[in-house]
Design a binder for this molecule. Structure first.
Ligand code: ARG
Length: 562
């Protein structure tokens, strides 16, 4: 926490939020007046009192303590004197007291945020393009949860469409149970790719018929579909486990097929549906957009129709305060149209729908392309990164215990961090070597810093010295580190507000750097004074706690040793 927030939270001003007060606090031009000052002119109108009177009353009521040693009214200003070691101690004791809860809050109590993320397509490759939505969504899910919101993770499955008719047709012609059983999603994908290459006119017709059979509830067609679906879910489930992401709902496109009609009816009643070349559309021309197609000329629904029904369903089911769609920026227009249509339907909650768009991820050593079949599967990227992590670790520290477990944490962490470190809208080129650089702006660097802190704390325990918040006066490096640690709760809040887990990732790197300056600049266990030793141990423990919490929010674990 910074001093401004510290003061604002303790000022008994009714009717004005602590945030507003913190914002109003300034640094007085003359330092002899104080370290910080609150100009009370701003509040004169609301409080119906003269600024000088307000300053006087607040000065009398302000609870001075070890952090803020005085609060004095001067000409409509309320001037504060700050005790720098006081905040250091306050920050440290808060972190040690709150432990794994440090950075959390009840800001979102009673509020619900739906987060639509990862949203995998059945029987299609789960490729590197799905990395960002999966880890960004996963991080937002945890961040909102940490801030007290009720977060609902939704995997809006791509489980509806004519492609499933094609798949059944391909399977009937070229597939067999054993091969698919054995090859899983890869075998299914091959069948699909083969269909798009080799299907005859006849097979296309057949595929349409199979799709119709799925829709009409035909038993065999549905059994095949469910089988393909379960193979896909089993496959992605393993990846979700490795990336530490979870979902509360897997209601996908198919789930909404019988929930579209009431929404379509409402569109009609409101006179929003018009016919255009046989299709039923909502005209968005006045808003500079192409029409939103609700029903095709053959009466079939579209991706957007299902999304429309999904939005209404989510509002009714979860009564969300916000509904986020973590989807690539390629779908910008789709979401702009969707939100506009809901707004035109007179739903005030249209303003609570947010498209959390992100950029492309590609690999340094390989382009990705779909359809042709030479897709970069996400699973392969993760496995390769874990293998490389194992090699790097072997080189650094061959005696390490639980090698496989550490390599998994480091390798998976590097993949996640690679996708989360930059502002989400930027395109990313992922490089294994850069992501696994111990001295870079990487998760490995942060994890290594945590392991370093752990080892200091272990050594201290062996020596019988325990961390303690003593009266020691923090030196330059310690103050810098403390200031960083104090900012964690605000960082988490800002990350939620801007839908930017990168804030947390950057915080971790920045704080790790400050810890390492402290570690190399100050002696911890070799400090001469016992009070300083204990204080530095407390600071080490607080850093470990904060970094562990930060990495946890991103879905990254901390190895015991590395
Ligand atoms: N399955 C879709 C795709 O891969 C993403 C779905 C995103 N969510 C949504 N409600 N439209 O493009």
């Amino acid at each position: 926490m910074d001093y401004k927030t510290y003061i604002a939270e303790r000022l008994p001003v009714g009717g004005i939020s602590a945030e507003e007060i913190a914002e109003a606090i300034t640094v007085p031009p003359d330092p002899t007046l104080g370290d910080l000052a609150l100009p009370c002119f701003k509040f004169a109108k609301i409080m119906r009192k003269a600024p000088a009177a307000i300053a006087g009353e607040l000065a009398a009521a302000y609870p001075t303590d070890g952090v803020v040693s005085s609060a004095v009214a001067v000409n409509g200003y309320l001037n504060f004197k700050i005790n720098r070691t006081g905040l250091a101690r306050e920050t440290l004791s808060r972190i040690l007291r709150e432990g794994e809860k440090y950075g959390s809050s009840d800001l979102g109590a009673g509020k619900t945020v739906c987060i639509d993320y990862s949203s995998v397509n059945i029987a299609k490759p789960f490729h590197i393009g799905h990395l960002s939505t999966t880890v960004l969504g996963g991080a937002l899910y945890r961040i909102f949860g940490f801030l007290g919101y009720h977060a609902v993770g939704i995997n809006h499955l791509g489980d509806y469409g004519t492609q499933f008719g094609k798949l059944i047709s391909a399977y009937k012609h070229w597939g067999n149970r054993e091969d698919v059983e054995k090859g899983g999603i890869h075998a299914i994908n091959e069948l699909y790719v083969r269909f798009s290459r080799e299907a005859t006119e006849e097979m296309e017709k057949e595929a349409r018929e199979y799709f119709r059979l799925i829709e009409s509830g035909d038993r065999e067609a549905n059994e095949l579909f469910e089988w393909f679906k379960s193979l896909t879910m089993e496959y992605v489930g393993k990846i979700y486990d490795r990336l530490h992401v979870t979902f509360d709902s897997y209601a996908g496109e198919r789930f909404y097929i019988d929930k579209m009609q009431p929404v379509i009816d409402e569109l009609k009643e409101r006179g929003l549906l018009i016919e255009s070349r046989g299709a039923q559309v909502v005209d968005l021309e006045p808003y500079g957009m192409s029409p939103f197609i609700v029903l095709r000329s053959d009466g079939a629904s579209l991706y957007g129709t299902r999304d429309l029904a999904a939005a209404f369903y989510r509002k009714k089911t979860y009564d969300f305060d916000k509904c986020l769609y973590v989807v690539a920026y390629q779908q910008n227009l789709h979401f702009k149209q969707l939100f506009k249509v809901i707004e035109l339907m007179g739903k005030d909650w249209a303003k609570d729908l947010v498209h959390v768009a992100y950029g492309m991820v590609s690999l340094e050593d390989g382009a990705m392309s779909t359809r042709q079949g030479n897709v970069v599967w996400l699973e392969d990227v993760i496995s390769r990164c874990v293998e490389k992590a194992a090699a790097v670790l072997e080189e650094k520290n061959p005696d390490i215990e639980n090698k496989a477990e550490v390599a998994e944490k480091v390798g998976v962490g590097a993949v996640i961090f690679g996708a989360l470190y930059n502002s989400k809208i930027k395109d990313i080129v992922f490089s294994y070597d850069k992501a696994l650089n111990f001295d870079g702006e990487t998760s490995v660097y942060v994890q290594y810093t945590c392991a370093r802190a752990k080892s200091v704390l272990t050594k201290a325990r062996e020596l019988g010295i325990s961390p303690d918040i003593t009266d020691a006066e923090p030196c330059e490096q310690e103050s810098e580190l403390l200031k960083a640690l104090a900012e964690f709760p605000e960082t988490v809040k800002a990350a939620a507000e801007k839908y930017e887990p990168s804030y947390v990732a950057r915080f971790c790197v920045d704080t790790a750097q400050k810890f390492n300056k402290f570690y190399f600049g100050c002696k911890i266990l070799q400090a001469e004074d016992d009070g300083i030793k204990k204080f530095r141990l407390a600071l080490t423990e607080a850093t470990l706690t904060t970094l562990t919490n930060g990495l946890m929010l991103l879905g990254i674990g901390v190895p015991e040793k590395m």
